[in-house]
Design a protein around this ligand. Structure first.
Ligand SMILES: [Zn+2]
Length: 314
């Protein structure tokens, strides 16, 4: 089923989704509504205040404002939305091209620290295929960025390949490397449930600085005393590098369209992921927008539904 989503046509959600949660940095409640959108809309945030839209911000690297702890995008007037990466990872991971993301706060809710609850919500309503062909950003020339012992690169490739490696001095994490030919099936099963992680010593510093106020063991894998503090342990072998790959899928969604290229990073993070995209876009000869080949016309857009939504269908 999953590979059908990497079809030749653009997609959106079959129905609206409403979600609530908590901002990991503010600790404040957040409401999120995902609205189906027409072809060529892309992924766009609608920031509301007292029920009115005060800003529309495209999920694009040109709108990135800050990358210190999470990925923050914003507009010229100073309105920002932070922690966008896990939601964008779910949308790009499941091949959703077009969506309005209405949000009444400055931060996408952290949920369980992974993309799992976003994936479950998307599976409940299903994905709708639109009639317009899908567009991709095709990498034409390799770009590589290096900073402080970390590096990342994008190379020409016919699909979307991810190769992510981390190397921590803590033996709880150590060196982990993971390579996948990314597809909705791989994203859903191998990546989407991997949680954010942090060291207790860092979290305590963030709390003192008034940050990470919503972080706790329900949404973060915490490492302290040379072990994982969460009683339930890890969800996957190598959950840490899987989460880094999840972050990279979300950060690379800021290309504005799905990528045709091979991504590789060593000791990367949000800042490096964003720098690689900036390097790609810095020269117009590095990339091109290409369309998926046209398929036989159908009379109406085909609706693709996930198993959970099929069971609930009238
Ligand atoms: Zn993350």
């Amino acid at each position: 089923m999953s590979n059908r989503f990497i079809g030749a046509r653009q997609t959106t959600l079959a129905r609206e989704i409403q979600l609530t949660g908590t901002g990991v940095h503010s600790g404040a409640p957040v409401s999120l509504t995902l609205h189906p959108a027409e072809a060529d809309t892309g992924l766009r945030f609608l920031v509301t205040k007292r029920g009115r839209v005060i800003s529309e911000i495209a999920a694009h690297v040109a709108n990135v404002k800050n990358l210190t702890l999470c990925t923050v995008i914003g507009d010229e007037a100073g309105t920002t939305v932070g922690t966008v990466e896990h939601l964008l990872a779910a949308l790009r991971g499941l091949s959703i091209d077009n969506l309005y993301i209405e949000i009444d706060s400055k931060e996408v809710p952290i949920m369980d620290g992974s993309s799992a609850e976003f994936v479950e919500a998307i599976d409940r309503v299903g994905i709708r295929e639109l009639s317009e062909p899908r567009k991709y950003i095709k990498v034409l020339k390799s770009v590589r960025v290096e900073e402080g012992g970390c590096w990342g690169s994008l190379e020409p490739y016919s699909g979307f390949r991810m190769d992510v490696e981390i190397d921590f001095t803590s033996p709880v994490i150590g060196r982990q490397r993971l390579q996948y030919e990314m597809s909705p099936g791989i994203f859903r099963h191998e990546i989407s449930r991997a949680r954010t992680f942090g060291f207790m010593s860092d979290v305590e510093k963030l709390w003192k600085a008034g940050l990470a106020l919503g972080a706790d063991l329900s949404n973060t894998v915490a490492i302290g005393d040379g072990k994982v503090m969460n009683r339930e342990g890890l969800r996957y072998p190598q959950e840490f590098v899987r989460h880094k790959m999840l972050d990279a899928v979300g950060d690379l969604a800021l290309a504005g369209m799905p990528l045709l290229g091979a991504y590789r990073s060593y000791r990367g993070g949000h800042r490096l992921n964003s720098m690689v995209l900036q390097a790609l876009f810095s020269d117009a000869s590095n990339w091109a927008v290409v369309q998926a080949p046209k398929t036989r016309a159908t009379r109406a857009p085909v609706q693709i539904t996930a198993p959970a939504a099929l069971a609930a269908a009238e």
